[in-house]
Design a protein around this ligand. Structure first.
Ligand code: NAP
Length: 277
Protein backbone atom coordinates (compact mmCIF):
# COMPACT_ATOMS: atom_id res chain seq x y z
CA UNK A 1 0.00 0.00 0.00
CA UNK A 2 1.35 3.44 -0.83
CA UNK A 3 2.06 5.97 1.90
CA UNK A 4 -0.66 8.30 0.61
CA UNK A 5 -3.41 5.79 1.31
CA UNK A 6 -2.35 5.18 4.90
CA UNK A 7 -5.06 5.55 7.53
CA UNK A 8 -4.19 8.24 10.04
CA UNK A 9 -4.89 7.85 13.75
CA UNK A 10 -4.03 10.57 16.17
CA UNK A 11 -3.91 11.85 19.69
CA UNK A 12 -5.42 15.24 20.43
CA UNK A 13 -4.93 17.03 23.74
CA UNK A 14 -3.20 19.94 25.36
CA UNK A 15 -0.38 19.25 26.08
CA UNK A 16 0.65 16.11 24.12
CA UNK A 17 4.43 16.43 23.92
CA UNK A 18 5.13 13.91 26.71
CA UNK A 19 2.64 11.35 25.40
CA UNK A 20 3.72 7.75 25.01
CA UNK A 21 0.80 6.98 22.67
CA UNK A 22 2.44 7.67 19.26
CA UNK A 23 5.44 5.43 20.02
CA UNK A 24 3.19 2.72 21.47
CA UNK A 25 0.66 2.65 18.60
CA UNK A 26 3.24 2.89 15.81
CA UNK A 27 5.29 0.07 17.35
CA UNK A 28 2.12 -2.00 17.58
CA UNK A 29 1.25 -1.36 13.89
CA UNK A 30 4.75 -2.45 12.93
CA UNK A 31 4.65 -5.57 15.10
CA UNK A 32 1.49 -6.89 13.42
CA UNK A 33 2.49 -5.77 9.91
CA UNK A 34 0.03 -2.86 9.73
CA UNK A 35 2.60 -0.06 9.51
CA UNK A 36 2.06 0.29 5.76
CA UNK A 37 -1.65 0.76 6.40
CA UNK A 38 -1.76 2.82 9.61
CA UNK A 39 0.22 5.67 11.11
CA UNK A 40 -0.32 7.41 14.47
CA UNK A 41 0.52 11.05 15.17
CA UNK A 42 -0.15 13.60 17.93
CA UNK A 43 -1.42 17.17 17.75
CA UNK A 44 -1.77 19.81 20.42
CA UNK A 45 -5.35 21.09 20.15
CA UNK A 46 -6.54 23.91 22.39
CA UNK A 47 -9.94 23.49 24.08
CA UNK A 48 -11.42 26.30 21.97
CA UNK A 49 -10.25 24.61 18.76
CA UNK A 50 -11.86 21.23 19.46
CA UNK A 51 -14.94 21.74 17.19
CA UNK A 52 -12.67 22.75 14.30
CA UNK A 53 -10.40 19.77 14.99
CA UNK A 54 -13.36 17.38 14.85
CA UNK A 55 -14.49 18.94 11.56
CA UNK A 56 -10.95 18.29 10.38
CA UNK A 57 -11.22 14.65 11.43
CA UNK A 58 -14.29 14.31 9.18
CA UNK A 59 -12.84 16.36 6.30
CA UNK A 60 -9.48 14.59 6.29
CA UNK A 61 -10.88 11.13 6.92
CA UNK A 62 -8.81 10.59 10.07
CA UNK A 63 -9.58 6.98 11.06
CA UNK A 64 -9.22 7.15 14.83
CA UNK A 65 -8.70 9.74 17.51
CA UNK A 66 -7.44 9.36 21.07
CA UNK A 67 -8.66 12.26 23.20
CA UNK A 68 -6.88 13.34 26.33
CA UNK A 69 -7.06 16.30 28.71
CA UNK A 70 -8.89 18.72 28.25
CA UNK A 71 -11.15 17.15 25.59
CA UNK A 72 -12.67 14.01 27.15
CA UNK A 73 -16.00 15.64 28.08
CA UNK A 74 -16.37 18.29 25.37
CA UNK A 75 -15.90 15.79 22.54
CA UNK A 76 -19.14 14.03 23.56
CA UNK A 77 -21.20 16.79 21.92
CA UNK A 78 -19.16 16.68 18.71
CA UNK A 79 -19.55 13.02 17.69
CA UNK A 80 -22.53 11.32 16.02
CA UNK A 81 -22.97 8.58 18.61
CA UNK A 82 -21.59 7.77 22.05
CA UNK A 83 -21.16 4.20 23.26
CA UNK A 84 -23.43 3.54 26.28
CA UNK A 85 -20.58 2.89 28.74
CA UNK A 86 -18.81 6.12 27.71
CA UNK A 87 -22.13 7.97 28.08
CA UNK A 88 -22.54 6.66 31.66
CA UNK A 89 -18.98 7.67 32.53
CA UNK A 90 -19.49 11.05 30.88
CA UNK A 91 -16.15 10.93 29.08
CA UNK A 92 -14.95 9.86 25.63
CA UNK A 93 -11.26 9.11 25.11
CA UNK A 94 -11.57 7.41 21.73
CA UNK A 95 -13.33 8.37 18.49
CA UNK A 96 -13.67 6.00 15.55
CA UNK A 97 -14.47 7.41 12.11
CA UNK A 98 -16.51 4.98 10.06
CA UNK A 99 -16.86 6.66 6.65
CA UNK A 100 -17.66 10.04 8.19
CA UNK A 101 -19.76 8.68 11.08
CA UNK A 102 -17.96 9.45 14.35
CA UNK A 103 -18.57 7.19 17.36
CA UNK A 104 -17.12 7.90 20.80
CA UNK A 105 -15.90 5.26 23.28
CA UNK A 106 -14.17 5.16 26.64
CA UNK A 107 -11.27 2.68 26.66
CA UNK A 108 -10.10 3.72 30.16
CA UNK A 109 -12.73 1.21 31.36
CA UNK A 110 -10.99 -1.61 29.52
CA UNK A 111 -7.75 -0.18 30.88
CA UNK A 112 -8.90 -1.05 34.39
CA UNK A 113 -11.03 -4.12 33.68
CA UNK A 114 -8.72 -6.08 31.34
CA UNK A 115 -5.66 -6.22 33.66
CA UNK A 116 -7.90 -7.39 36.53
CA UNK A 117 -9.65 -9.97 34.33
CA UNK A 118 -6.24 -11.45 33.51
CA UNK A 119 -5.96 -12.26 37.22
CA UNK A 120 -9.49 -13.05 38.43
CA UNK A 121 -13.14 -13.38 37.46
CA UNK A 122 -14.65 -10.05 38.50
CA UNK A 123 -18.23 -11.27 38.98
CA UNK A 124 -19.24 -10.83 42.63
CA UNK A 125 -15.75 -9.77 43.75
CA UNK A 126 -15.56 -7.06 46.42
CA UNK A 127 -13.52 -4.17 45.07
CA UNK A 128 -12.74 -0.77 46.59
CA UNK A 129 -12.08 2.08 44.21
CA UNK A 130 -10.20 4.93 45.89
CA UNK A 131 -11.18 8.27 44.33
CA UNK A 132 -14.16 9.75 42.51
CA UNK A 133 -12.52 11.71 39.68
CA UNK A 134 -12.25 10.87 35.98
CA UNK A 135 -10.19 7.68 36.33
CA UNK A 136 -12.41 6.46 39.18
CA UNK A 137 -15.55 6.98 37.08
CA UNK A 138 -14.13 4.77 34.30
CA UNK A 139 -13.05 2.15 36.85
CA UNK A 140 -16.37 2.11 38.71
CA UNK A 141 -18.64 1.86 35.65
CA UNK A 142 -16.34 -0.73 34.03
CA UNK A 143 -16.20 -2.91 37.15
CA UNK A 144 -19.95 -2.70 37.79
CA UNK A 145 -20.60 -3.75 34.18
CA UNK A 146 -18.58 -6.88 35.00
CA UNK A 147 -20.84 -7.40 38.05
CA UNK A 148 -18.19 -6.66 40.67
CA UNK A 149 -19.35 -5.49 44.11
CA UNK A 150 -17.86 -1.98 44.27
CA UNK A 151 -17.26 0.43 47.16
CA UNK A 152 -16.12 3.95 46.29
CA UNK A 153 -13.87 5.55 48.93
CA UNK A 154 -13.17 9.23 48.35
CA UNK A 155 -11.57 11.99 50.39
CA UNK A 156 -14.50 14.31 49.64
CA UNK A 157 -17.23 11.95 50.77
CA UNK A 158 -20.07 13.86 49.06
CA UNK A 159 -18.41 13.45 45.65
CA UNK A 160 -18.01 9.72 46.26
CA UNK A 161 -21.66 9.46 47.33
CA UNK A 162 -22.80 11.21 44.17
CA UNK A 163 -20.83 8.83 41.96
CA UNK A 164 -22.07 5.83 43.95
CA UNK A 165 -25.66 6.99 43.44
CA UNK A 166 -25.10 7.34 39.69
CA UNK A 167 -23.36 3.98 39.36
CA UNK A 168 -25.54 2.07 41.85
CA UNK A 169 -22.94 1.02 44.42
CA UNK A 170 -21.76 1.84 47.96
CA UNK A 171 -19.48 4.64 49.11
CA UNK A 172 -17.47 5.67 52.16
CA UNK A 173 -15.14 8.45 53.18
CA UNK A 174 -11.47 7.73 52.49
CA UNK A 175 -10.03 8.07 56.00
CA UNK A 176 -7.24 6.39 57.97
CA UNK A 177 -9.92 4.40 59.86
CA UNK A 178 -11.40 2.82 56.70
CA UNK A 179 -11.25 -0.96 57.08
CA UNK A 180 -10.58 -2.67 53.74
CA UNK A 181 -9.65 -6.12 55.08
CA UNK A 182 -12.69 -7.80 53.49
CA UNK A 183 -11.96 -6.48 49.99
CA UNK A 184 -10.29 -8.73 47.45
CA UNK A 185 -9.14 -5.88 45.21
CA UNK A 186 -8.15 -2.25 45.86
CA UNK A 187 -7.91 0.13 42.91
CA UNK A 188 -6.19 3.45 43.53
CA UNK A 189 -7.79 6.00 41.22
CA UNK A 190 -6.70 9.01 43.28
CA UNK A 191 -3.71 11.07 42.20
CA UNK A 192 -1.95 10.41 45.52
CA UNK A 193 1.60 9.12 45.06
CA UNK A 194 2.01 10.76 41.67
CA UNK A 195 5.24 12.59 40.79
CA UNK A 196 6.55 14.77 42.45
CA UNK A 197 4.88 13.63 45.74
CA UNK A 198 6.21 10.11 45.36
CA UNK A 199 6.48 9.35 49.08
CA UNK A 200 2.71 9.71 49.59
CA UNK A 201 0.20 6.88 49.57
CA UNK A 202 -3.62 6.98 49.74
CA UNK A 203 -3.55 4.11 52.31
CA UNK A 204 -1.52 3.29 55.36
CA UNK A 205 0.37 0.02 55.04
CA UNK A 206 -1.59 -1.42 58.01
CA UNK A 207 -4.79 -1.18 55.95
CA UNK A 208 -3.47 -3.76 53.48
CA UNK A 209 -3.89 -7.51 53.91
CA UNK A 210 -1.71 -10.26 52.37
CA UNK A 211 -3.34 -11.80 49.29
CA UNK A 212 -5.24 -8.67 48.21
CA UNK A 213 -4.75 -7.41 44.67
CA UNK A 214 -3.69 -3.74 44.64
CA UNK A 215 -3.98 -1.93 41.30
CA UNK A 216 -2.45 1.57 41.36
CA UNK A 217 -3.58 3.58 38.32
CA UNK A 218 -0.79 6.10 38.95
CA UNK A 219 2.06 5.30 36.53
CA UNK A 220 4.49 8.13 37.21
CA UNK A 221 6.54 6.90 39.06
CA UNK A 222 6.36 3.31 37.77
CA UNK A 223 6.72 1.92 41.29
CA UNK A 224 4.58 4.05 43.65
CA UNK A 225 4.74 3.99 47.44
CA UNK A 226 1.40 2.15 47.47
CA UNK A 227 2.84 -0.53 45.17
CA UNK A 228 5.98 -0.84 47.31
CA UNK A 229 3.93 -1.09 50.54
CA UNK A 230 1.58 -3.63 48.95
CA UNK A 231 4.48 -5.86 47.90
CA UNK A 232 5.94 -5.62 51.38
CA UNK A 233 2.58 -6.67 52.83
CA UNK A 234 2.31 -9.72 50.52
CA UNK A 235 -0.34 -8.33 48.14
CA UNK A 236 -0.35 -8.97 44.40
CA UNK A 237 0.23 -5.71 42.53
CA UNK A 238 -0.74 -4.24 39.17
CA UNK A 239 1.16 -1.18 37.95
CA UNK A 240 -0.57 1.84 36.40
CA UNK A 241 1.38 1.26 33.23
CA UNK A 242 -0.69 -1.86 32.61
CA UNK A 243 -3.82 0.34 32.51
CA UNK A 244 -2.19 2.71 30.05
CA UNK A 245 -1.26 -0.19 27.78
CA UNK A 246 -4.67 -1.89 28.11
CA UNK A 247 -6.59 1.27 27.20
CA UNK A 248 -4.26 1.73 24.22
CA UNK A 249 -4.74 -1.91 23.23
CA UNK A 250 -8.51 -1.40 23.13
CA UNK A 251 -8.01 1.71 20.96
CA UNK A 252 -5.79 -0.32 18.65
CA UNK A 253 -8.58 -2.92 18.33
CA UNK A 254 -11.21 -0.24 17.64
CA UNK A 255 -9.01 1.50 15.03
CA UNK A 256 -7.66 -1.57 13.18
CA UNK A 257 -10.06 -4.41 14.00
CA UNK A 258 -7.09 -6.53 15.09
CA UNK A 259 -5.90 -7.69 18.52
CA UNK A 260 -3.09 -5.59 19.93
CA UNK A 261 0.41 -6.96 20.53
CA UNK A 262 0.53 -6.27 24.28
CA UNK A 263 4.12 -7.44 24.78
CA UNK A 264 5.48 -5.04 22.16
CA UNK A 265 3.43 -2.15 23.52
CA UNK A 266 4.68 -2.86 27.05
CA UNK A 267 8.29 -3.09 25.89
CA UNK A 268 8.18 0.22 23.99
CA UNK A 269 6.44 2.18 26.73
CA UNK A 270 8.66 0.81 29.46
CA UNK A 271 11.83 1.56 27.52
CA UNK A 272 10.74 5.20 27.08
CA UNK A 273 9.76 5.52 30.73
CA UNK A 274 13.08 4.17 31.94
CA UNK A 275 14.72 7.05 30.08
CA UNK A 276 12.29 9.79 31.13
CA UNK A 277 10.76 9.03 34.55
P1 NAP B 1 -8.99 13.73 39.05
O1 NAP B 1 -10.22 13.67 38.22
O2 NAP B 1 -8.36 15.03 39.34
O3 NAP B 1 -9.35 13.01 40.48
C1 NAP B 1 -8.41 13.00 41.51
C2 NAP B 1 -8.92 12.13 42.66
O4 NAP B 1 -7.86 12.02 43.62
C3 NAP B 1 -10.12 12.70 43.39
O5 NAP B 1 -10.97 11.65 43.79
C4 NAP B 1 -9.48 13.36 44.62
O6 NAP B 1 -10.32 13.40 45.76
C5 NAP B 1 -8.35 12.41 44.90
N1 NAP B 1 -7.27 13.03 45.66
C6 NAP B 1 -6.43 14.02 45.23
N2 NAP B 1 -5.57 14.35 46.21
C7 NAP B 1 -5.87 13.56 47.29
C8 NAP B 1 -5.35 13.43 48.60
N3 NAP B 1 -4.30 14.17 49.01
N4 NAP B 1 -5.88 12.50 49.41
C9 NAP B 1 -6.92 11.73 49.01
N5 NAP B 1 -7.49 11.82 47.78
C10 NAP B 1 -6.97 12.73 46.93
O7 NAP B 1 -7.85 12.83 38.45
P2 NAP B 1 -8.00 11.57 37.45
O8 NAP B 1 -7.99 12.04 36.06
O9 NAP B 1 -9.14 10.74 37.92
O10 NAP B 1 -6.61 10.81 37.68
C11 NAP B 1 -6.32 10.14 38.91
C12 NAP B 1 -4.99 9.39 38.76
O11 NAP B 1 -5.14 8.33 37.82
C13 NAP B 1 -3.84 10.28 38.26
O12 NAP B 1 -2.67 9.96 38.97
C14 NAP B 1 -3.68 9.87 36.81
O13 NAP B 1 -2.35 9.98 36.34
C15 NAP B 1 -4.06 8.39 36.89
N6 NAP B 1 -4.52 7.88 35.59
C16 NAP B 1 -3.82 6.85 35.06
C17 NAP B 1 -4.20 6.34 33.84
C18 NAP B 1 -3.42 5.19 33.27
O14 NAP B 1 -3.51 4.96 32.05
N7 NAP B 1 -2.70 4.44 34.09
C19 NAP B 1 -5.30 6.88 33.16
C20 NAP B 1 -6.01 7.94 33.74
C21 NAP B 1 -5.60 8.44 34.97
P3 NAP B 1 -11.30 14.64 46.04
O15 NAP B 1 -12.56 14.37 45.26
O16 NAP B 1 -11.49 14.61 47.50
O17 NAP B 1 -10.58 15.88 45.56
Amino acid sequence: MSTSSRKICMLIGDPVTQSLSPAMHNAAYQAVGLDEEFVYIAACVKATDLPTALSGVRALGIKGVSCTIPHKQAVIDLVDEVDSLAASIGAVNTVVNDNGFLKGYNTDCAGVVAPLQRRLDLKGKSITVLGAGGAARAAVFGLIKEEADVLIANRTAAKGEKLAEEAGCRSAALTAELNLADFEVIVNATSVGMFPKIEESPLQIETLRPGQIVFDLVYNPYETKLIRDSKMKGCAVIHGLEMFIAQGAEQFRLFTGESAPLDVMQEVVQSILVKTL
